[in-house]
Design a protein around this ligand. Structure first.
Ligand code: PMP
Ligand code: GLN
Length: 445
């Protein structure tokens, strides 16, 4: 049964407990801890359900609607059939085969000898790597600088760790061009520098960026690195889309810059690397003096991750190590396939009068919707404009996307509520179905 159908059924059959309201009244003290206040809204929960309810063509949540490559699917099957140990607990901080494969693979990329047992923590997706990093490294009142737009979970995770998020936006250089590139969105180092205080503990960057697709150039990373070193700040570098870059754009790891290995936590995801988001295997790579604290959070919360999935990811990296840099590598094949899908989506959006921002990396495309002039006055007035628009698009046209103001701080949301995000890691038939919806709509305008 597909996810859409499952979500629709769940919504229909789940009975509401009549006792919950009564219990809240009876309980003489507040049930919830303060850390869950103000962080309960989640764009993925809301829009994934809405897309399912309306059976919309889904260019919303970021997941491939095609299968992972055969070699990792086969590795997963082999792992599952591989005897009793594949179904039991493995090493808490990462299955031995996986940490060895990750260390071998990334030593070559980072240019620093990575110790499999000391410098790596395997996590339940990149989400848990981020969560462990914030919990282990951010103290009450510590400030964490987040570059906007940002993958939405950074903010609640910093808050739940007791930290204070401080935002620095990427700003568009010029909006006059018909086709903007994500490279036109830049970080002002002066602005970043002005946000650093004695309480600044870490800066979070995401390259390729979700949702814009910006891939930081070496010089941009060097400027960030210089500030981190000067002010003794950690860098949490979310690189889950590291293999997905287009038009000769090169992804550079900030951990590979001089003086940065010791202060960078690099976060990765097998979900993005091998198009298997449901496996929820991720990792953090850093120096042992940082990873040891993240291990403490991990051992006292998750303890360890699914053994067979880790084994399959390990086999995937072993294979990629052998074919690295050749046309056989999935890390070349996937971006080549997505390059075509990116261009297909961009032409479609332009042809209906939308103004897309061409991503240099990742699998999302942001587009300006302000030219469309849709009448949204009947939509929920509490919502930002882009939330209203996306809900309208799902309900009225059957096309799901994601509102971009969800990737901004409450302070800056208003300035960026004219954009929506399309996901293009989809079968061509899904992209065709979206195109048909947009063309039909544009023909009736
Ligand atoms: N970081 C970014 C930038 C993301 O887009 C995502 C979404 N997958 C994650 C982290 C979380 O990744 P995972 O699914 O591996 O937990
Ligand atoms: N990272 C994916 C996206 O940006 C999915 C996130 C999620 O579902 N929580 O779409």
């Amino acid at each position: 049964m597909g996810i859409t159908r499952t979500l629709v059924l769940l919504r229909v059959v789940r009975p509401r407990s009549p006792n919950i309201t009564a219990f809240n009244k009876i309980m003489s003290r507040q049930i919830h801890a303060r850390r869950v206040e103000g962080v309960s809204k989640n764009v993925w929960v809301e829009f994934t359900q809405l897309a399912a309810d309306y059976k919309a063509v889904n260019l919303g949540q970021g997941f491939p609607d095609f299968s992972p490559p055969k070699f990792v699917q086969e590795a997963f099957c082999t792992a599952v059939m591989g005897g009793p140990q594949m179904h039991q607990y493995t090493r808490a901080f990462g299955h031995p085969h996986l940490v060895k494969s990750l260390a071998t693979f990334f030593t070559r990329i980072v240019g620093h000898e990575i110790h499999p047992l000391e410098d790596i923590l395997v996590t339940v997706g990149a989400y848990q790597a981020l969560f462990c990093a914030f919990q282990a490294l951010v103290d009450d009142g510590d400030e964490v600088i987040i570059v906007e737009p940002f993958f939405d979970c950074y903010q609640p995770m910093v808050l739940m760790a007791g930290g204070k998020p401080v935002y620095v936006p990427l700003r568009p250089r010029s909006e006059d061009k018909m086709v903007l590139s994500s490279a036109d969105w830049v970080l002002s180092i002066e602005e970043l520098s002005s946000k650093i205080t004695p309480r600044t503990k870490a800066i979070v960057i995401n390259s390729p960026n979700n949702p814009l697709g910006k891939v930081y150039k070496r010089e941009e990373l060097q400027e960030i690195a210089d500030l981190c070193i000067k002010h003794d700040i950690l860098c949490i570098s979310d690189e889950v889309y590291e293999w997905l870059t287009y038009d000769d754009t090169k992804h550079v790891k900030i951990a590979s810059l001089p003086g940065m290995w010791e202060r960078t936590i690099t976060v990765g995801s097998a979900g993005k690397t091998f198009s298997a988001t449901g496996w929820k295997v991720g990792w953090a790579i850093s120096s042992d003096h940082i990873i040891k604290h993240m291990k403490t959070v991990h051992q006292n919360s998750i303890y360890h991750c699914a053994t067979a999935a880790q084994e399959a990811v390990a086999c995937g990296f072993d294979r990629e190590y052998e074919v690295f840099g050749t046309p056989e590598s999935y890390f070349q094949q996937l971006p080549a396939m997505l390059h075509h899908k990116r261009n297909k989506l961009a032409s479609c959006l332009e042809s209906v009068g939308l103004k897309p921002i061409m991503p240099e990396g990742g699998y999302f495309m942001v587009a300006d919707i302000s030219t469309l002039g849709v009448d949204l006055k009947d939509q929920d007035s509490k919502d930002e404009n882009d939330f209203k628009f996306v809900k309208w698009l799902i309900r009225e046209k059957g096309l799901a996307t994601i509102p971009v103001s969800a990737f901004f701080s409450p302070e800056h949301r208003k300035d960026f509520n004219k954009y929506i995000r399309f996901c293009f890691v989809k079968e061509d038939s899904t992209l065709d179905a979206a195109e048909e919806i947009l063309r039909k709509w544009s023909a009736t305008e």
